[in-house]
Design a binder for this molecule. Structure first.
Ligand code: ACO
Length: 400
């Protein structure tokens, strides 16, 4: 591919491929997807095995370093992350500058970008020790930043991390706890959230990961590159879909719960209505992550209380999967279709859903950025097909 690219460039030919439907800008050894068969593997390990038995920390290690850790390696990795969960006190005040009703995603991406201002001793992409330090800092601090972006939105005080807790438990406590009040982490909720983070941990060259790679390809530091990825993730066609799904389900409920009528609108493309949480660029089959999320939604809702929105989601799926429009286009539920109802049951407001996605996707972004830097760096610089004017002469303003 690279050789063909060079050859075409030397002859002046470019490939026109809107949306990069067929362009592979890189080779990668991290994640394998077979969209026809509905297969997803991280470093060769099937997603259902990892989601069923591993932990988010272990999967982060696997994605970033390429192999499952030994117990000693896992303990060391976990310890190093624990030591970096605090945010610089000045960076904590950064949150004060945002309006309370700010969406937590721009708060998250701004604070992550600001890490490059506060931790200038780990910015050099060519120094392996600095890359390692920024990797650990990001993994440790993102949950703290995510929790603070929530606290900011509800006007509650920030909690310092409690490093006796696991990464996910700590995040839940910093999000839902109060200073000087004991917070009991529900182990089933922590386990379910950990599993959901695993489901989101990588998905090869998706929009946000491609963004991280493109920003990083200019030799920009890891914090800044990941901040770019968070912004790409926010869009409703990508990670923002989990928020959009819940808003869609809420809308159907308040309109009386008529699923068939909603499907009719989608099929007629009325007002640009889409079935959010359905369809995928790569999967032409059931997204394996959606199947796992659906199974867990059922279990967690039985524990935390059933939600009518889950019933609406299931009816929508049933109606869509037997409808010609969706069958012809091979549209199936994607990972975002069932995660929202679980997050809601856990107590997260809708606007936090994409932040949770970002927490999950972080090790994938880091792994791709590091993989890119492990090879000779080539700046990402697509070409274009120019469709504007030919040369024309400048005219004085009085002459226009
Ligand atoms: N609802 C209704 N129609 C759809 C949907 C949908 N969710 N998704 C695709 N289609 C239709 C398109 O309108 C198009 O129809 P047409 O041939 O009549 O024009 C056809 O299916 C092909 O879809 P494209 O949009 O061309 O497919 P693409 O690969 O470019 O887009 C995407 C993929 C963005 C995910 C799309 O399916 C979508 O918008 N889905 C809803 C948003 C969503 O759930 N995003 C999350 C994706 S997963 C993730 O990022 C975690």
């Amino acid at each position: 591919g690279i050789e063909l690219g060079k050859l075409l460039a030397s002859t002046g030919y470019v490939t026109y491929d809107p949306g990069f439907m067929n362009t592979a800008p890189t080779k990668s050894a991290i994640t394998y997807i077979d969209g026809e068969a509905g297969i997803l593997r991280y470093r060769g390990y099937p997603i259902d095995q990892l989601a069923g038995t591993s932990t988010f920390i272990e999967v982060s290690y696997l994605l970033i370093y390429g192999e499952l850790p030994s117990q000693a390696q896992l303990d060391d990795f976990t310890d190093r992350i624990r030591r970096h969960t605090l945010l610089h006190e000045d960076l904590k005040r950064f949150f004060d500058g945002f309006p309370r009703n700010a969406h937590p995603m721009p708060v998250l991406s701004s604070a992550v970008n600001a890490l490059s201002a506060y931790y200038q001793d780990s910015l050099d992409p060519r120094d392996p020790e600095q890359v390692e330090l920024s990797t650990i800092r990001l993994l440790a601090k993102l949950p703290t930043i995510a929790a603070y972006s929530y606290k900011k939105s509800v006007g509650q005080p920030f909690l310092y991390p409690d490093n006796s807790l696991s990464l996910v438990e700590n995040f839940l406590r910093m999000t839902f706890g109060f200073p000087a009040e004991p917070y009991e982490v529900d182990p089933e909720v922590a386990a379910a959230l950990d599993m959901l983070l695993i489901l989101h941990a990588d998905h090869e060259q998706n929009c946000s990961t491609s963004t991280v790679r493109l920003v990083g390809s200019s030799d920009a530091n890891l914090f800044t590159s990941v901040s770019g990825g968070i912004n790409a993730l926010w869009g409703p066609l990508h990670g923002g879909a989990n928020q959009a799904v819940l808003e869609m389900l809420d809308g159907i409920k308040s309109d009386g719960g008529d699923v068939k009528e909603f499907i009719r609108k989608v099929k007629n493309k009325e007002d640009g209505v889409k079935l959010m949480g359905f369809g995928h660029r790569v999967y032409r089959n059931y997204d394996p992550r959606a199947a796992i999320a659906k199974k867990h939604a059922d279990a967690i809702l039985q524990k935390l209380g059933n939600d009518e929105l889950f019933d609406i989601a299931q009816s929508l799926e049933e109606a869509a999967l037997t409808d010609e429009y969706f069958v012809e286009r091979r549209l199936y539920p994607n990972v975002d279709f069932y995660t929202g109802v679980i997050y809601k049951a856990m107590g997260f407001p809708t606007r936090m859903f994409t932040v949770l996605f970002a927490m999950g996707r972080l090790p994938g972004w880091i792994a791709h950025w590091r993989e890119m830097h492990s090879e000779p760096l080539k700046i990402g610089r697509p070409r274009q097909i120019y469709t504007g004017y030919g040369a024309r002469d400048y005219r004085e303003i009085t002459n226009r």
